[in-house]
Design a protein around this ligand. Structure first.
Ligand SMILES: Cc1ncc(COP(=O)(O)O)c(C=O)c1O
Length: 392
């Protein structure tokens, strides 16, 4: 039998990412493919770099998308900054700090871990003590917005502490970029990576990165070759770097880059501070509904991410059954817990284009109906109203 074209259902994506893609992004991606060395394309790349600087709030010369997902942005930071024998202080308060540790070790470097309870922000005092005890540490690595738990860490203070100890910083901003205040330049972060599929509401598969002059200098003066040919910035910059001349390194994902360009234009049109505020406003309305139902948040209020809401699953409720009902009956995706939080929490994303009033009301209404139908211990029929009140 001949195979058929694939037509996915239309879902509302309120999980930990990917988020709903802005239709403007999908339209941009369907424009004609041109060569990746075509002068018109090269002009678009220059605009993209400016737009990324705006999104990251920096004037660092190096700002570009790595042609692969957030994990490749992470790897780009580690493989370029580290050499065998280096020491890195890695903060872990969820899944992604663990990925950082893996990266450090695979570079032949040593990871000194600062562990915090999942759901809490990184403890800056512990980081300071650890750097004091490890004066030979070269890099401090941390996750700004931990998607596995919904906790935001204080990137500005962490960068300041790192500087005081003569350390560079690697910061994961996959979930924070475009959703929570992030000022790469003013905070002096050194190697920063993100993802296209969260608060930028582009399709998955690209990883915006930006590097400080300090970081570039270190990369240029390495004594060993970067272990990855594909991610070696000394080579990639031959294509993405300035100076007008572009050398072939790999074939850029041209139409995907049109999409990212459009997503960044959308962000610029809205204004980054307005985007941050929108994420907060929708989070507050969702929170009002969740709490009216009698459900509680995992993360302390001060450290809560507006774009990733971790909610404790009520006693006796079947996590998978609820998510299946939401998906099958409402075309609504919310996220499950990861690792030690599997089965214990739901992760409700309000990221980028998906962070809007209709989605907040849809999610609360659907969750309310599904939980009430299962006789879960919640206060039914009040969540949507509570969210509406929060908006007014
Ligand atoms: C905080 C964080 N870091 C890194 C990643 C990895 O990104 P990707 O899945 O695009 O490789 C993710 C993905 O969810 C993430 O949330």
């Amino acid at each position: 039998m001949a195979q058929q074209s694939f037509h996915p259902p239309v879902r509302t994506l309120m999980g930990p990412g990917p988020s709903d893609v802005n239709p403007r992004v999908l339209e941009a991606m369907s424009r004609p493919t041109i060569g990746h060395l075509d002068p018109v394309f090269v002009g678009m790349m220059d605009t993209m770099k400016d737009l990324l600087r705006y999104a990251f709030q920096t004037d660092y010369e190096l700002a570009m998308p790595v042609s692969a997902p957030g994990s490749a942005g992470m790897e780009t930071c580690f493989v370029n900054l580290l050499e065998p024998g280096d020491k890195v202080v890695v903060c872990q308060n969820g899944v992604f700090g663990g990925c950082m540790k893996e990266n450090v070790e695979r570079c032949g470097a040593t990871a000194v871990m600062v562990e915090d309870t999942w759901g809490k922000a990184v403890d800056v005092n512990k980081v300071d003590e650890t750097l004091r005890a490890n004066p030979d540490a070269k890099v401090l690595a941390f996750v700004h917005a931990e998607t596995s738990t919904g906790a935001l860490s204080d990137a500005r203070t962490l960068a300041e502490i790192a500087r005081n100890h003569d350390c560079l910083t690697i910061a994961d901003t996959v979930t924070s970029l475009g959703g929570s205040p992030l000022n790469v330049g003013a905070w002096g972060l050194d190697a920063v990576y993100s993802g296209s599929q969260k608060c930028l509401s582009c399709t998955p598969g690209l990883s915006p990165v930006t590097f400080s002059e300090r970081a570039i200098e270190l990369i240029r003066n390495r004594s060993t070759r970067v272990q990855s040919w594909f991610l070696d910035l000394n080579l990639v910059l031959g294509y993405w770097g300035g100076g007008g001349k572009r050398a072939y390194h790999h074939t850029a994902p041209i139409n995907a880059l049109y999409g990212l360009h459009e997503a960044l234009i959308v962000l610029q049109e809205e204004g980054i501070e307005n985007a941050w505020q929108r994420h907060t406003d929708n989070h507050l309305a969702l929170r009002a509904g969740i709490e009216a139902m009698g459900l509680s948040f995992v993360v302390d209020e001060a450290d809560r991410l507006p774009q990733l809401n971790s909610v404790t699953i009520p006693e006796g409720v079947d996590d998978a059954a609820v998510r299946a009902r939401l998906l099958n009956d409402y075309n609504l995706e919310i996220g499950a817990g990861l690792g030690p939080m599997a089965g214990k929490i739901w992760r409700i994303g309000l990221m980028g284009y998906a962070s809007n009033r209709s989605n907040v009301l849809l999610c609360l209404g659907a969750l309310d109906a599904v939980l009430a139908g299962m006789k879960a211990p919640i206060k039914a029929g009040v969540a949507v109203e509570a969210a509406m009140d929060a908006y007014t």
